[in-house]
Write a protein that binds this ligand. Structure first.
Ligand code: SF4
Length: 239
């Protein structure tokens, strides 16, 4: 009995000791900090991504320049203009958009070339304007005129693939990318997203430098389902 009494007194004096109270207070503070951080840490919206509808370009060939009126501007206010050659390869130039207009002048040189197979697959690319510029320049204005005269494809393209592919790089699904890049019927290259495998991290939406990946939920709230979308809000070219 005396032993129990002594043990009880020891425990009581431990609870009353300053060191013990300091330790308890410290642990309590740490726990509250961890729980609060979990609650207030920045959230990446958990929603499905989708590619914005393609911006149309209205080409006007006049004098020694081509002006292209685009149907809207992008977050980055720059865009690619492309023209195909007789071998079916795509040449591109990056251009700023001023007041919804892009201007191609007669001295503009192509920035890069994408090799496309007869079956319409991307086979590689080449940077045409590089440091040192040892390569011969490829006049983009001439290519664009040829494309228009000879009926090759030309147009505007929002996506900067294959020069960069940040959406695919940041996507947490790494086994086979959710993002696959295609050559569309009109000659553009851009991504399609396998939405059904998407973990909805929202990271691609934040990282696309062109701002062409958006949040489905935001679009539905702002615009309803949007023109061209089916009853699930999915656009034709994303199906
Ligand atoms: S991040 Fe945007 S611009 Fe870059 S490859 Fe993906 S869709 Fe294209």
């Amino acid at each position: 009995m005396e032993v129990f009494k002594k043990a009880a007194n020891k425990i009581l004096s431990l609870f009353q000791s300053t060191a013990f109270n300091v330790v308890v207070l410290f642990l309590l503070t740490i726990s509250i900090t961890i729980i609060s951080y979990g609650r207030v840490k920045p959230e990446i919206p958990a929603t499905y991504p989708e590619i914005i509808p393609h911006l149309k370009g209205e080409f006007r060939f006049a004098g020694d320049q081509v002006s292209i009126r685009v149907s809207d501007t992008l977050l980055s206010r720059r865009m690619l203009v492309f023209a195909y050659d007789e071998e079916g390869n795509q040449f591109l130039i990056a251009k700023p958009i001023y007041e919804k207009t892009i201007t191609i002048t007669k001295d503009d040189e192509a920035d890069f070339k994408v090799f496309i197979s007869a079956g319409g697959n991307i086979e590689g690319h080449e940077v045409l304007k590089g440091e040192g510029d040892s390569q011969p320049q490829t006049n983009f204005y001439r290519l664009l005129l040829d494309a228009q005269e000879k009926g090759y494809k030309y147009g505007v393209q929002e996506c900067f693939y294959p020069m960069e592919q940040r959406c695919a790089d940041v996507c947490p699904v790494k086994d086979t990318s959710l993002f696959t890049f295609h050559v569309f019927e009109d000659g553009r290259i851009g991504p399609t997203i396998e939405t059904w495998r998407c973990p909805r991290s929202g990271i691609c939406i934040h990282y696309c430098p062109q701002g062409i990946i958006r949040n489905v939920a935001e679009r539905i709230i702002k615009e309803g389902k949007g023109p061209g979308a089916d009853e699930d809000g999915v656009f034709e070219e994303q199906r």
